[in-house]
Design a protein. Structure first.
Length: 188
């Protein structure tokens, strides 16, 4: 029997984009309309079995307010994967990813870590209120050298499990090949 693989996943993005609802939907399968605003960071553990491999995911849900961004560098230490979340109904959350990626690039360079990095467009259940075209998500892959992009809905569960399962599969493959993983993990 192989040892349990342990991976740290950090989730970043503006306040109110749905980072906590995404995480809670994945952990519990339940959607709650409202959560308390995250202050600093919240930490969660999810144990799963993927293709016969026991895996522990340590999920760090990072506060979206700018005043907490100074913590980003510390949060990234030892991270294996990063999820950047934006709200498809609020264009400013996509625009603000530029700032998030800038802070991330500095921290990543300082730590010289190899991580799988993906973007997630949230609130797909509100697609009729969309202000961000789907094409904008795929453009993020090239612009920021991401491993993947997808849209999801924590409310109805669309793609929530898929995000974490494919990310975990990518981490397992990356570890087994001992190479930097540049392939795209998923597309919507």
């Amino acid at each position: 029997m192989s040892a349990t693989k342990k991976y740290k996943i950090c989730i970043f993005g503006d306040g109110g984009v749905g980072k906590t609802t995404l995480t809670q939907r994945y952990l519990t399968g339940v959607f709650k309309e409202k959560y308390q605003l995250t202050i600093g960071m919240d930490f969660y553990l999810k144990k799963l079995n993927l293709n016969g491999q026991e895996v522990s995911l340590y999920i760090w849900d990072f506060a979206g307010e700018e005043k907490f961004r100074f913590l980003m560098s510390a949060a990234l230490m030892g991270a294996h994967a990063v999820i950047f979340v934006y709200d498809i109904t609020r264009y400013i959350t996509l625009k603000n990813l530029e700032n998030w990626f800038s802070v991330f690039a500095e921290a990543r360079e300082k730590e010289s870590q190899d991580m799988i990095v993906v973007a997630v467009g949230s609130k797909l259940d509100l697609a009729e209120l969309r202000t961000i075209p789907k094409e904008s998500g795929t453009e993020l892959i090239d612009k920021y050298d991401l491993n993947g992009w997808i849209e999801c809905s924590a409310k109805d569960g669309t793609n929530v499990e898929r995000i974490f399962e494919e990310l975990t599969q990518g981490l397992l493959e990356q570890e087994s090949s001992r190479k930097k993983n540049k392939k795209v993990i998923f597309f919507d």
